[in-house]
Ligand binder design. Structure first.
Ligand SMILES: NC(=O)C1=CN([C@@H]2O[C@H](COP(=O)(O)OP(=O)(O)OC[C@H]3O[C@@H](n4cnc5c(N)ncnc54)[C@H](O)[C@@H]3O)[C@@H](O)[C@H]2O)[C@@H](O)CC1
Ligand SMILES: Nc1ncnc2c1ncn2[C@@H]1O[C@H](COP(=O)(O)OP(=O)(O)O)[C@@H](O)[C@H]1O
Length: 525
């Protein structure tokens, strides 16, 4: 992995341990520990500096029995040399009462003039959590010394907050909530997933030279979607683009009962830069979509199958009968043009069968499903897969997508996207500002637009005699979800908090993605 990748691709803590093995066998353990401790001390000093002078400040570390504690002890020794009052608090003791901790680390701290104490002193401005790192197994019992921290002390976790599973982000026991975490060798997936992400605070990744030893298998890697990856997945249209090269999105959403879904899904696709959006629905939704978006096409059945690059199916479909009929229409259109992509959400997730998934896979149709947690559990009940009931959400998604051949984007505060080949992404950055009815409909349209642009690009490549390879559906869907999450945060910052204005904020984000050097456009009122 390159230095850039280290911050963008998370790997499991176990994979990092495996990567370290040959280096440890070659006797390079102490060197790695010093590199880790040096970086930890640097970040500690930077945090202290935000509050006042470094020299004279007190830093305490909760020190566990293993190498994680060793890192903390060496970091204290480095800080001591910068004039910090460095205090090590052992949290494990042998039967004779002697601290069980990294002997060389303690020797280094003593040599530097640091001391040991049974509790964190009340004047400590910063507490380093160095109890457990990637060696954590079982349950974590919060040490007594961690229960009585000075109220305004910052907490800096060494590698991972103790009690957080570095693979899955599961917190087993009572983990401290860190203000920041300095993690070594690679970003750990446990710091971007689940509760672990919430406990880690700001994460700093420190390169200690493990890059060439880290695994490349998608099964242990997790991409963290960011602006650069989103731009690569959804690039700006070329100068010679026309509406068809930008992609045509067919939106089969909304009904007499839930008309708004048609408007929101169409808006999501339009504001993500689709060349054309064609809504298929009853008269009510057609009128509403046209009123809101005069540039959209509308009809009862949707575009000619040969014209549609992506079908967005499911948000706000009405009765069972209406939903079934319209879903069947989408599948029939895809049979005519299997290279078009399918985004299935909401009602469509309740209809989709294992047999349909098999046919779509056999035809090579890129398929993305976008359940929220409730829809995901119902989908797994109706369409089960071996291993898909795993407690670890990422493992469950990997098992299900591998068996059924569709990419799944699991919506939530941290959206996870996994493709059948195991390629996985996490989308962070959104906030509770998105937790409103209809934001998922906007997302379905946005993903449709990104998929459509990719399908259009691939079709052009094929016509030019090139082999464009399989669609990177996980990356495409995650890019759209990232834009959507950023748009939610942008509009909340600008004082707008309804779903109705989310598509406009999304459009502004897409414009920034595509034309970053242009002046900020005037805010649309
Ligand atoms: N191995 C290396 O070369 C490097 C390791 N580094 C550090 O070393 C850490 C891993 O060190 P270790 O393998 O020593 O493991 P830890 O320091 O995470 O854990 C130490 C020991 O605690 C015990 N333990 C595990 N779960 C427990 C629980 N629930 N309750 C009580 N005790 C428990 C186990 O015996 C474990 O081996 C990393 O997180 C990182 O901070 C860094 O120094 C970089 C280099
Ligand atoms: N607390 C949260 N933080 C960040 N994003 C959230 C949060 N809650 C919901 N979201 C996002 O909001 C959207 C909600 O979609 P969904 O549940 O389908 O709503 P609806 O069906 O009403 O449109 C998803 O993109 C989801 O990831």
């Amino acid at each position: 992995m390159t230095a850039d990748d280290l911050t963008r691709i998370a790997v499991t803590g176990s994979a990092v341990r495996t990567a370290e093995e040959p280096l440890l066998a070659a006797g390079r353990g102490p060197e790695l520990m010093r590199a880790a401790a040096w970086a930890l001390a640097e970040h500690a000093a930077a945090l202290l500096r935000e509050r006042g002078p470094v020299a004279g400040a007190t830093v305490a570390a909760l020190v566990g029995p293993g190498n994680n504690g060793g890192d903390a002890l060496f970091a204290l020794a480095f800080l001591r040399r910068r004039g910090v009052a460095a205090v090590a608090v052992p949290v494990r003791r042998d039967d004779d009462g002697a601290p069980r901790w990294h002997a060389e680390g303690w020797a280094a701290l003593q040599a530097a003039g640091g001391r040991r104490a049974d509790a964190v002193p009340p004047e400590a401005a910063l507490v380093v959590d160095g109890v457990l790192g990637t060696g954590f197994t079982g349950e974590y019992e919060l040490p007594a010394a961690a229960r009585a921290l000075p109220a305004d002390a910052l907490v800096l976790a060494c590698d991972v907050p103790s009690g957080v599973d570095a693979d899955t982000g599961e917190v087993r026991g009572e983990a401290l909530r860190a203000d920041a975490t300095v993690t070594f060798g690679a970003l750990k997936s446990g710091l971007v997933l689940g509760e672990g992400a919430a406990r880690a605070g700001t994460v700093h990744v420190v390169d200690i030279g493990l890059g060439p030893h880290l695994p490349t298998s998608p099964a242990v890697r997790l991409g963290v979607m960011d602006e650069a990856a989103a731009r690569a997945a959804h690039p700006a249209p070329a100068a010679e683009a026309h509406k068809y090269t930008r992609g045509v999105v067919a939106v089969v959403a909304g009904s007499e009962r839930y008309p708004g879904a048609a408007v929101l899904a169409s808006a999501g696709a339009l504001h993500t830069g689709a060349g054309m959006v064609h809504h298929a629905g009853p008269q009510t939704t057609r009128d509403l979509v046209l009123t809101a978006h005069p540039e959209a096409l509308v009809s009862a059945k949707g575009p000619e199958p040969s014209r549609a690059d992506a079908w967005v199916a499911g948000p706000g479909l009405d009765t069972e009968h209406d939903a079934r009929r319209r879903w069947a229409g989408v599948l029939a259109a895809l049979e005519e043009r299997p290279e078009a992509a399918l985004l299935a959400d909401a009602s469509a997730l309740a209809l989709l069968t294992a047999a349909e998934l098999r046919s779509l896979r056999a035809a090579g149709t890129p398929v993305v499903l976008t359940p929220h947690a409730g829809e995901w559990s119902r989908l797994r009940e109706r369409v089960p897969a071996d291993g898909a009931d795993a407690a670890d959400p990422l493992a469950a998604l990997r098992a299900w997508t591998a068996e059924h051949g569709a990419t799944v984007l699991l919506k939530g505060p941290r959206t996870l996207v996994v493709a059948p080949d195991g390629e996985a992404w996490v989308v962070t950055g959104g906030g509770p500002d998105l937790a409103m009815g209809g934001t998922g409909d906007v997302l379905s349209g946005a993903i449709g637009a990104v998929l459509a642009a990719d399908v259009a690009r691939r079709s052009r490549a094929r016509r030019a005699g090139e082999d464009p390879g399989p669609a990177p559906t996980a990356r495409l869907a995650a890019a759209a979800a990232w834009l959507h999450a950023q748009a939610g945060a942008d509009q909340a910052r600008a004082g707008r908090i309804t779903t109705a204005t989310l598509p406009t904020a999304l459009g502004a984000r897409v414009a920034r993605l595509w034309w970053p050097d242009d002046a900020e456009p005037e805010a649309v009122q």
